[in-house]
Design a protein around this ligand. Structure first.
Ligand SMILES: Cc1cc2nc3c(=O)[nH]c(=O)nc-3n(C[C@H](O)[C@H](O)[C@H](O)COP(=O)(O)OP(=O)(O)OC[C@H]3O[C@@H](n4cnc5c(N)ncnc54)[C@H](O)[C@@H]3O)c2cc1C
Length: 321
């Protein structure tokens, strides 16, 4: 059952920010994740601030220098169906199409997808784990087949978003509003690992909201997203691979390789990128890139299969691209 909480449907961004300043106040965008967390008492929700009336946070528009701007309230379905995204950022259209189910994509928003909380069954369940202020990560000795193989210590959650790895691969920037004004940063720097901040998965402070994501122009960039899940549909990634590559003639001039489902944040592999840049893509280069991408993996007892999945999915994605 949902607990009692105050509910505000903000009429302006300022009203939303004013109401979000206090501890226990949460943004409600589509609510597909927030309300489940509230019902299951994953964290204490005292005030729910709906931003659904804020028209300026909706839609996909052209940005300066040929890129696009995607408002935080744009639904995942709109991203998957957008002609400009399908044409210029096909990897993002694919990532959005791979999120959850049609109903959840119609209701869920981009901001919510980036800020959703992890799905770790210890964090979501009745365990006072390290992330909730306890003194241990139960996944280390427990049921850890869906947990992190990179960047886990001291908490082995994986980041659940499908759009996040792809947006990082595409070099997205995120814009944030709060009581102290606006700020923006590379989306890659938005996410934090547990050894930086155990309680949060991103840099947002109490009262701050994501307002939009800006993508640079995609001319000459090929992108792809490959998601591997346990069930055929409506499931989070066991592993995903987001690639953005620019060729110069037949060699790779620029590359971003980002893995999802393997770490507490989208996991960009500098080693894989170094193994790809300057090369003419072929199956043996793909094998070397895939080996480089998983070289530092530290699997737990039940999730070494993710190393093989990541390697195989990355090779497939490179060959296909
Ligand atoms: C059964 C199920 C399956 C799912 N499968 C997938 C999947 O395969 N892939 C995937 O990527 N996701 C999946 N999701 C997760 C998620 O619900 C959706 O991805 C959705 O996009 C979340 O958006 P929302 O607008 O509903 O978020 P909300 O529930 O409204 O918000 C989620 C969190 O983000 C915060 N938040 C929301 N908007 C903002 C903002 N603009 N600024 C700051 N904070 C904000 C909220 O306070 C809350 O903590 C699944 C969810 C469910 C319930």
């Amino acid at each position: 059952m949902l607990p009692n909480f105050a509910y505000i449907r903000a009429r302006s961004k300022q009203e939303a920010l004013d109401n979000l300043a206090s501890q226990g106040a949460y943004v409600h965008a589509g609510g597909t994740d927030l309300l489940g967390c509230a019902r299951d008492e994953v964290f204490e929700v005292e005030k729910v601030v709906s931003i659904s009336r804020l028209e300026e946070l909706k839609g996909i528009t052209h940005a300066d220098e040929g890129g696009i701007r995607i408002g935080a309230l744009t639904t995942i379905s709109e991203i998957a169906a957008s002609a400009v995204i399908r044409e210029s950022y096909p990897g993002l259209a694919q990532a959005a199409s791979d999120v959850a189910s049609p109903q959840l994509r119609n209701q869920g928003t981009l901001g919510g997808n980036l800020c959703q909380r992890p799905r770790c069954w210890y964090f979501r369940g009745d365990f006072h784990c390290a992330k909730k202020g306890g003194d241990m990560c139960y996944a280390v000795e427990g049921e850890n087949r869906y947990h992190a193989i990179f960047g886990g210590d001291p908490c082995y959650i994986v980041h659940p978003s499908d759009t996040a790895p792809m947006l990082v691969a595409l070099g997205a920037e995120v814009r944030i509003s709060g009581a102290r004004g606006e700020r923006s940063m590379a989306l890659e720097d938005f996410f934090v690992l547990p050894d930086q901040d155990l309680e949060r998965e991103n840099v947002l402070q109490q009262g701050e909201i994501v307002t939009e994501v800006v993508l640079p122009a995609a001319s000459g960039v090929k992108s792809s997203y490959r998601k591997i899940r346990e069930r055929g549909a409506w499931d989070f990634a066991l592993v995903s691979v987001a690639l953005a590559v620019r060729l110069s003639g037949s060699t790779v001039a620029e590359a971003r390789v980002v893995l999802g489902g393997v770490a507490p944040a989208p996991w960009r592999s500098a080693a894989a990128e170094a193994a790809l840049i300057g090369k003419e893509p072929n199956p043996s280069v793909a094998a070397a890139v895939a080996a480089a991408a998983v070289a530092g993996a530290q699997p737990l007892e039940q999730n070494a299969y993710k190393v093989l999945l990541a390697k195989g999915a990355l090779m497939e994605s490179l060959v296909a691209l």
